[in-house]
Design a protein around this ligand. Sequence first.
Ligand code: NAP
Length: 308
Amino acid sequence: MPPIHLAIVGVGKIARDQHLPSIAGNADFKLVAAASRNGTVDGIANFTSMKAMFDSTPSIDAVSLCMPPQFRYDAAYEAILAGKHVFLEKPPGATLSEVESLTSLANEKGVSLFASWHSRYAPGVETAKSFLRTNVPQSVHIVWKEDVRHWHPNQDWIWQAGGLGVFDPGINALSILTHIMPAPVFIRSATLEFPENRQAPIAADLKMTSANGIPVHVELDWRQTGKQTWDIVAETSAGQIVLMDGGSKLTIDGKAISLPAEAEYPELYRRFADLVKNKQSDVDIAPLRHVADAFLTGERIFVEPFHD
Ligand code: NAP
C-alpha cells in the first residue's frame, strides 16, 4: 500500500515535540503539507488555512489536528467533509456532542476518525490492565500533580472556558483509568478549585466508585513545584500495583516490572495507520465524559488569582 499522505494542522508544541518525529519514523505516512496560522514545518508545503491546503494539495489523505480543543471541531468537520481521515489530539473536542457529531459524519463519509489518548500507550499500561483483569482492585488512588508554569507557560487557551485547565493533564490519568479498570467507574462527588481570574480549574478532587463499590480517588493539582507526580496506585488481594510517571514505570507488590522504552506517539501513529488501512474508527469518549461529569457535579471553590 502506498504511504498515507498526511498533513499536520496547528503547528505548535505537541506537533513539534511528538507528531513530527513520530511521523518521520513511520513508513506508512508521508508528511506532505502543514496548515497553521503562524507555525511552519521545514521541507514541506505550508499554508495558513486548511482550505487553502486542501485546494492546492488534493492528494492529502489524512490530517492530524493538533490545535487546542476549543478550535478542533470546525477543522475536523471541514476535513471529514473533504473526505480526509482524521487524527484528533486529546481531548477529542470541547464537548461530547461535538465528538458524537464527528463520529456520525466520519461513518457517513466512510473515513477513519481517531480520538487519540497518548497516555494509554505508556509502557506500563497494558501490563497493569492485564493484572487488574485477574486481580480486581479494592481501591484506586490517582495523584496527578504538576507545575503549570513549567508545562504550560503562557498558554492562554488552557485557562479559557473549554480549555479544561487542570483536566488537560488530568484527562490523561482518566484515559489510563478508563482503560485499565475491569468495571466502569462514576463520579459521585467532585470539588473544583478555580483561580478567581480564570475560567478553568487549577485543581480538582474527584470521588468516584465503580458499580460494585470500588472507591477511586483522583487528585489533580497544577500548583505542585519540585517533584512532579503522575501516579496511579491500586490495592488488590495480590498486592499493590503502582503505575508511576504517567505509566512509564510499574511496580507490582513492591517489585519493579521490566518495560519497553516509551513510545506513546509512535504507537499512536501505528494505530492510526491500522485504522485507515482497515477502514475503521476509534473514538472512545469515556475520559472526556468523566471531565464533563466533574464540571456537571463539581462543587466550585474560588482560590487566589493565577498569573503566569
Ligand atoms: P499550543 O502549542 O498552544 O497550540 C498548538 C497550535 O494550535 C498553536 O501553535 C497554533 O498554531 C494553533 N492554535 C492556537 N490557537 C488556535 C486557534 N484559536 N485556532 C486555530 N489554531 C490555533 O498547544 P499544544 O501544547 O501543542 O497543545 C495542543 C493540543 O495537544 C492540546 O489539546 C493538548 O492537550 C494536546 N497535547 C499537548 C501536549 C503538550 O505537552 N503540550 C501533550 C499531549 C497532548 P498557529 O498559531 O500557527 O495556528
